[in-house]
Design a protein around this ligand. Structure first.
Ligand code: GLN
Ligand code: ZN
Length: 766
């Protein structure tokens, strides 16, 4: 008998119940008891779903009040000591303070969970970190599940991954130095679980999908030998990438089962199975936990049948990873096109798929299982549907030539023409695109969407906003203007809504961090731009000023990265389709007289694969997609790009290869750390390293920005240096925006004056 299970279920609730309860509790509108009730209800509902679907065990331990890593720290007693909380008696309020900070203590840092859009709280490791026991929440949840008659499989984040994902704060040579203290804490937990009658515990070690050095690798075997001494059976879970590189290590690990992500990496199966230890369970992650498509069950069944032959009872069927990364329930999507909807499966639907696979493997005729019939219909319709396949788009991608991804002339020639055209001063000033999105703007947009504000009135309202933004920028004496993006609710959604091939859900929320959820669009078909998307706005804005107005677009990689994407063609093909659609927009903007066009790629680095060996391939196609999008214009048209929220030093050569005439890039929060990379690599084009952080309402003073600019001048020649904030200003209020930009322009002017004085001085000497 094959068994069916999942690695975890989304905890937010189909109607984001957890979010609303958390936020009400933080506001003081909900008692702790009531919040706990909401959590218990959600857990109970999710376990029932799993049982009703026919899973062999329900997942316990995937619930977290804010984040699963923080829950693990709370369980083990390893929360940061700097807050002064007693780890043995951590209250829920204190737990939230760790995550959110308070006036005395800044919050724990947050970062992306591998290559997902989920953010975890980063453990803080110091020489004094201790793990001598924490909260009992996990055991209480287990008791709940058992009282409700469920067979529970527990899930925990493993000790090696936990250490790896933390950050050394002080006094510690290596994170693994904490392992000897951490293991007894895990042992205590495992022994308690065993005593409570738990048969299996799933221990997640996702770091096994990374390229680990010898020290990390050798930590596993002794650690697991120690853990296995008094514990339920251990299923070691890996996901998001192949672990074939660690085959040797895995074979000798004293665990009872291993979970593999066979959606991301089917190829790892062969090398790993070659020496699969006798009696070890293989949990086959075949239902995609990272995407929203209905599984092609017949295809997966074919893949599983030989495994069944080899492993018999030891084969389990599972989601590829936790279902945390997909929306909860498709049945709430009441306004999706029925054909498109028939292609989708959210977390709840994926449970049925896993169970159907198990039933078919255990001998039931696949043809009579409703999931198989539905999957067959969906697979067929996705292969032929005119909603997906647009021959025109495919032909354009096929016919792309290297010349299409190349500007007509080299940067040196282009910039000379651009300078002649725009005649900008030294250290030109600009902003990144958005200006404060006031309540009035958001209300007008929403009213228009609802149908309460007629199109012409809406147009008037937005034009008025643009007029104000242009006027303010002129008053501030900014050199290169933007229209402010009032018409955009979100930089991906705005374009997705105007492109064929993009779909949107009503309720497809996915947890991003804490109570924050995102509702990514999904790309189901060939991407096509039926008509211009931004030209009217940009042309209108340009008509208000004689200064250059930047057109403003979201780039192909970001459009891809922040959406659920097709699984029936390579990501790079989809990226090229988007790039072609945007290329048409770029050319239309040029035709309409817009001389500068910014193509934002904030998610460019986020798309990097987990294994550095796979970086070159990604970077090649990502750069190509950007260049396809940017290269249809004349030398005189200046292409800008913008990037933020990541470290760029290790990919600088590829950023340069994008060949944008100007890049504006976030760097002020790290005190221009970016510039360190310029020691080895001279960025060849123009660059605006952000001189102030837009995430804080604080108004930066002139000398601060001057200091950063002086630092930048150390590595960037004056004639290539721009002056701008780190990112868009949409989350800021007007007063602080004006004050900050006034100072920024002032800093640029002072710098200009000092340089020309210097030059004059030099001139007199000669
Ligand atoms: N142009 C966008 C804005 O200013 C860029 C946003 C971003 O980089 N995330 O809002
Ligand atoms: Zn940005």
């Amino acid at each position: 008998m094959a068994l069916a299970h999942i690695l975890g279920f989304p905890r937010i609730g189909a109607q984001r119940e957890l979010k609303f309860a958390q936020e009400a509790f933080w506001r003081g509108d909900l008692t702790e008891a009531a919040l706990r009730d909401v959590g218990a209800d959600l857990r109970s509902r999710h376990w029932s779903l799993q049982k009703k679907a026919g899973l062999d065990a329900v997942s316990v331990g995937d619930f977290a009040w804010y984040d699963q890593v923080l829950n693990t720290l709370a369980l083990l007693g390893g929360v940061p000591a700097r807050f002064g909380f007693d780890p043995k008696n951590l209250s829920l309020s204190e737990y939230f303070t760790l995550a959110r900070g308070n006036p005395q203590h800044f919050a724990m840092e947050m970062t992306k969970w591998f290559d997902t859009n989920y953010h975890y709280l980063v453990p803080e490791w110091t020489a004094d970190t201790r793990f001598d026991g924490g909260v009992d929440w996990l055991f209480e949840e287990l008791a709940e599940a058992q009282a409700q008659g469920h067979k529970a499989k527990l899930t925990l984040i493993g000790p090696v991954s936990l250490l790896y994902l933390g950050k050394i704060k002080s006094g510690l040579g290596h994170k693994l130095d904490l392992l000897p203290q951490l293991l007894p804490a895990y042992r205590k937990v495992l022994a308690r679980l065993q005593a409570a009658g738990v048969e299996w515990v799933q221990i997640d070690e996702p770091v096994l999908t990374l390229e680990l050095d010898a020290k990390w690798k050798t930590a596993f075997t002794p650690a697991y030998a120690e853990l296995a001494q008094e514990a339920p059976k251990i299923l070691l879970a890996t996901y998001f990438e192949s672990v074939a590189g660690h085959a040797e290590l895995l074979h000798h690990l004293p665990v009872d089962g291993v979970h593999l992500d066979l959606v991301r990496s089917p190829a790892q199966l062969e090398p790993l199975l070659a020496h699969w230890p006798q009696g070890r369970v293989l949990s086959a992650g075949v239902v995609d936990g990272r995407n929203i498509w209905r599984t092609d069950l017949s295809e997966v069944l074919k893949q599983l049948q030989p495994l069944k032959q080899q492993l018999g009872e030891q084969l389990w069927i599972a989601s590829s990873c936790s279902l945390l990364h997909v929306p909860v329930d498709l049945s709430f999507e009441t306004s999706l096109d029925t054909e498109v909807k028939s292609w989708l499966a959210f977390a709840t639907q994926k449970l049925d798929e896993i169970v159907a696979l198990k039933q078919a493997l255990n001998g039931q005729a696949a043809q009579v299982l409703p999931q198989f019939t539905a999957s067959q219909v969906a697979t067929h319709s996705r292969s032929v549907s005119s909603r997906i396949h647009n021959p025109l788009v495919k032909k354009r991608v096929d016919e792309l030539t290297p010349a299409d991804a190349q500007r007509n002339n080299a940067f040196s020639e282009r910039i000379a023409r651009q300078q002649a055209r725009f005649n900008l001063p030294l250290f030109p000033t600009t902003t990144i695109g958005s200006f404060p999105q006031t309540k009035a703007i958001r209300q007008a947009r929403a009213a228009h969407k609802r149908g309460d504000l007629g199109y012409l009135d809406y147009l008037d309202a937005m034009r008025e906003e643009i007029r104000i933004v242009v006027e303010k920028q002129e008053q501030l004496d900014i050199d290169v203007l933007v229209h402010g993006e009032p018409e955009r609710n979100d930089m991906v959604e705005y374009f997705g809504e105007q492109l064929w091939g993009y779909g949107f859900t009503l309720n497809g929320w996915v947890q991003s961090y804490g109570s924050r959820c995102v509702k990514p669009p999904f790309i189901y078909g060939d991407v096509y731009r039926p008509e211009a998307m931004t030209v009217g706005w940009s042309q209108f804005a340009q008509s208000l000023t004689s200064r250059p107005m930047k057109g403003m677009l979201t780039g192909p990689v970001t459009m891809l990265q922040w959406s659920f994407v097709r699984d029936d063609q390579p990501r790079e093909t989809t990226a090229l389709q988007i790039a072609l659609a945007l290329r048409d927009e770029v050319c239309d903007l040029e035709k309409a007289g817009i001389g500068m066009i910014q193509i934002d790629e904030p998610a460019f680095r986020e798309g990097l694969p987990l294994k550095s060996g796979d970086w070159p391939h990604y970077l090649d196609w990502a750069v190509r997609a950007f260049k396809v999008c940017a290269s249809g214009v004349a030398d005189e048209t200046q292409i800008h790009t913008h990037m933020c929220y990541s470290e760029f030093n290790d990919i600088l050569p590829w950023i340069a290869a994008m060949d944008a005439d100007v890049i504006t890039i976030e760097t002020s929060r790290s005190d221009m750390e970016l510039l360190d990379g310029f020691g080895e690599f001279a960025y060849p084009n123009e660059i605006g390293p952000g001189v102030y952080d837009i995430h804080s309402p604080r108004v930066p003073r002139v000398p601060e920005m001057q200091r950063l600019l002086q630092k930048a001048r150390g590595v960037i020649p004056d004639r290539r240096l721009w002056v701008n904030p780190d990112c868009g200003l949409k989350t800021r209020d007007w007063p602080e925006t004006i004050a900050a930009l006034e100072n920024m322009v002032q800093a640029a002017k002072l710098l200009r004056a000092s340089v020309s004085e210097h030059e004059e001085h030099e001139g007199n000497c000669c």
